[in-house]
Ligand binder design. Structure first.
Ligand SMILES: [Zn+2]
Length: 497
């Protein structure tokens, strides 16, 4: 061995020793910081019967929000200047279909549930002029006077025809029609790949959504009509037609939902401008159908009190041990109603989304293997090794999604950020298959604190914090793997290349 090599060798040993040592120090700092009784008391409170299943439509959820906010504050995480204290208020609307719903369009009487759906608006009756406007996009309004009339359009946008794209386009088109002075919007449904019957069944019942007009009492009428072969649409002249409308007994209730948000400033003068976002939804299903034992409270210990407590524990740890990057803590409301809290945040971010370089989300159905942590989205970002190392330092193994057919990645809050380009896996309790053991408690009243393996909960929380810390301290920004479906969105968001 020559001198140069021997120097390199001892440097290598030194670096190796130092990194093992610092990693050991990180782990022991987490062990010391996380107080078992304290963490478990957060868990048992958030999953308690008194919170009545943290339903975003019930008032008890505000107790949970307040509790989370107070823990953030107590541990020293700060509120964001742009928000109201620790809350981002989320305008929600709880609606139910009308008792009577009929329209007559192109001589054809259409009835609620069968051929038409009332998706928004309030009671209204009368005959109105109609303007047929293609897709109903900005350019379609050119030279048209829709004031005091109803607008009829195709559903969705060209090449934007998945259900979530239809809803998003619908929100935009409603706002546009309204701003042009129209009285109502009818969209003609002709999408072959999502059957009308399935949608009608799903949409024609009480549900919650983001309130499109939070500051108004009037609700803008919004109707879908089944028109699979464009038979009705083709009959409607561009103008001069009428629609008869009778809607009666529509229910709309406004709710002021809350995302609970806090942050911890990073220590590195440059990296602190970047945020790693730790997130989990704190709502659950509320009170519902009782099980065989007569229990009707859906406590949601796994889904997702355990994740909410991970955020509280992370607030406690990172406030005392801030990493190089800043840490953003986000507890979402109304995930169970359609990812609403996170969707609102992604559309109204209190800090620019291109400063959020990673989102380590938590959501859970349940677990069937306490020797692993299942990471939905493992294999898709360059930060995987940090997660794998953190988990293995606590004696567990990180495994990728074992049930891709469930589409879990696109069914939780992380997807609202992935779509915008932010690498965003979901750190879940260990499951090796979406099997009966997971199904036993998933969305059931039996998903309780009392039957949770608490030693496993502690390891889960600790490895989550260590994974977050490693990512937050890594000078390299984590990126999507090449060829990932969200890679292009990432490049656009961060202006890479
Ligand atoms: Zn759920």
């Amino acid at each position: 061995m020559n001198k140069k090599n021997s120097f390199a060798f001892s440097l290598h040993v030194f670096v190796l020793f130092f990194s093992i040592h610092s990693s050991w120090a990180q782990k022991s700092a987490i062990e010391k910081n996380l107080k078992k009784e304290e963490a478990l008391s957060h868990f048992s409170f958030l999953a308690s019967d008194e919170l009545k299943g943290r339903d975003a439509a019930r008032m008890e959820i505000d107790i949970a929000a307040r509790y989370i906010a107070e823990q953030f504050e107590k541990y020293g995480a700060k509120s964001l200047e742009k928000l109201e204290g620790y809350y981002q208020f989320v305008p929600l609307i709880q609606s139910a279909p009308p008792q009577v719903g009929e329209i007559i369009l192109g001589d054809k009487p259409l009835t609620l549930g069968g051929d038409m759906l009332v998706l928004g608006g309030q009671d209204v009756e009368g005959e109105f002029d109609v303007v047929n406007l293609g897709y109903g996009l900005e350019e379609d309004y050119e030279g048209q006077d829709v004031s005091g009339k109803w607008v009829v359009t195709r559903v969705g946008k060209p090449d934007r025809l998945t259900p979530s794209e239809l809803f998003e386009a619908g929100r935009e088109k409603r706002a546009l029609a309204k701003s042009k002075g129209a009285l109502g919007l009818i969209e003609m449904y002709n999408v072959p790949n999502t059957p009308w019957g399935l949608l009608a069944n799903y949409l024609n019942r009480p549900q919650m959504g983001l309130d499109p007009a939070p500051h108004e009492n009037q609700q803008f009428p919004y109707i879908w009509v089944k028109d699979l072969s464009n038979e009705i649409l083709n009959q409607i002249e561009p103008s001069g037609e009428k629609v008869g409308v009778r809607i009666n007994g529509k229910v709309n209730r406004k709710i002021n939902g809350r995302n609970v948000v806090a942050w911890i400033e990073g220590t590195d003068p440059e990296l602190k401008e970047e945020y790693i976002m730790l997130s989990a939804h704190y709502d659950h299903l509320g009170v519902g159908q009782p099980n065989a034992e007569g229990d009707s409270i859906y406590n949601g210990a796994r889904d997702n009190a355990v994740g909410t407590v991970a955020l509280i524990n992370a607030a406690q740890f990172f406030a005392e041990n801030p990493p190089k990057r800043s840490v953003l803590l986000s507890a979402w409301t109304a995930e169970e109603k359609g990812l609403l809290g996170s969707s609102y945040f992604s559309e109204n971010p209190p800090i620019p989304l291109n400063q959020v370089i990673y989102n380590l989300n938590i959501d859970n159905a349940g677990y069937n293997d306490t020797s692993v942590i299942t990471v939905i989205g493992l294999g898709r970002t360059s930060a995987d090794h940090h997660i794998q190392d953190a988990v293995s330092e606590f004696g567990l193994e990180a495994i990728p999604d074992p049930a891709p057919e469930q589409g879990l990645y696109d069914r939780s809050d992380n997807v609202n950020f992935a779509k915008r380009g932010i690498p965003a896996p979901t750190f879940s309790l260990g499951f090796t298959a979406f099997d009966e053991q997971v199904g036993e408690h998933y969305h059931q009243p039996s998903d309780r604190f009392e039957n949770f393996d608490l030693e496993y909960a502690l390891l889960y929380w600790k490895s989550y914090i260590l994974a977050a810390q490693k990512i937050a301290n890594d000078p390299d920004q984590p990126l999507w793997m090449e060829g990932d479906k969200y890679e292009e969105a990432g490049k656009a968001l961060y202006q890479l290349e």
